[in-house]
Write a protein that binds this ligand. Sequence first.
Ligand SMILES: Nc1ncnc2c1ncn2[C@@H]1O[C@H](COP(=O)(O)OP(=O)(O)OP(=O)(O)O)[C@@H](O)[C@H]1O
Length: 295
Amino acid sequence: MNTIKLPDYRLQSADVKQRFDKLKQRPIELSVEGLGKVFRGKKDVESLRDINLEVHNREFLIVLGASGCGKSTLMRILAGFETPSSGVAKLQGNEIHGAGPDRGMVFQSYTLFPWLTAKQNVMFGLEMTVGKGAETESEALQWLSFVGLERFADSYPHQLSGGMKQRVAIARALANKPRILLMDEPFGALDAQSRAQMQSLLLQIWSKVDITIIFITHDLDEAVYLSDRILVLEPNPGRIAELIENPVARPRSLDQFLQPEFLAVKKRLEKLIHPRMDEEQAPVFKMTKKGDEVE
Ligand SMILES: Nc1ncnc2c1ncn2[C@@H]1O[C@H](COP(=O)(O)OP(=O)(O)OP(=O)(O)O)[C@@H](O)[C@H]1O
């Protein structure tokens, strides 16, 4: 069988190298130093070990890894919902202690208040930081129009599709003008078409707002399509396996999915996340009868 020879994902053209040199010269928005997390219990679980990372201003960082490698634990520490067992996480040089308006969050499960309209959901956060009033309402409407949902301002979450709910969640998170958007599998529950639309919309939003994004996904195409860099974690305990500088050019488009650079990064991710099971170790249960025409 003929297979296409892909370029080495580590070989950077002068353009790509320049792009990442520039990225790394930008101010550091978030830093993680020697971060570890052990959940104490009957049996201790070491969820993260010695994570070191610097995320730069306006970077789009994807976090990827097999189930249980500590992606959500890392995100919860950055959000301030968990405290690390060792090491430190800093936002603009200040140690993270608890949640704060400098971090916006969007999760996979729709977290809108079902008894509030789309507009009221966006206003909710604003009322806590800015206060109630006509200004708050007009600002909420601006954010809804920014994500293309002005017409649905008075709709309740149950009247919106999954993609629309996530657009409201993004508008609500951005309305508080955070420094960082933390997204934990935000499109994981969407059908393939809505997911693709949301990915493109997120890239458009990111190009217009001064925001750094940290985004967890299991989807390799999504990782390559969205990222500047991809942090790959490995499990037991959760450690950094590799930090990949994505060579695929920006602006991104769906045509790039079949480009050699795109496929090369995807192939590398596949290798890191699903190491080929040694055939001898692979469990084989024969469920067919003798004479069945199966391979
Ligand atoms: N509150 C907790 N108490 C005990 N163990 C926990 C807790 N939260 C997470 N863990 C354990 O820490 C490890 C990492 O979990 P985490 O949810 O961060 O992984 P993940 O990479 O996000 O997984 P998935 O992709 O399945 O969501 C797992 O072994 C998990 O069981």
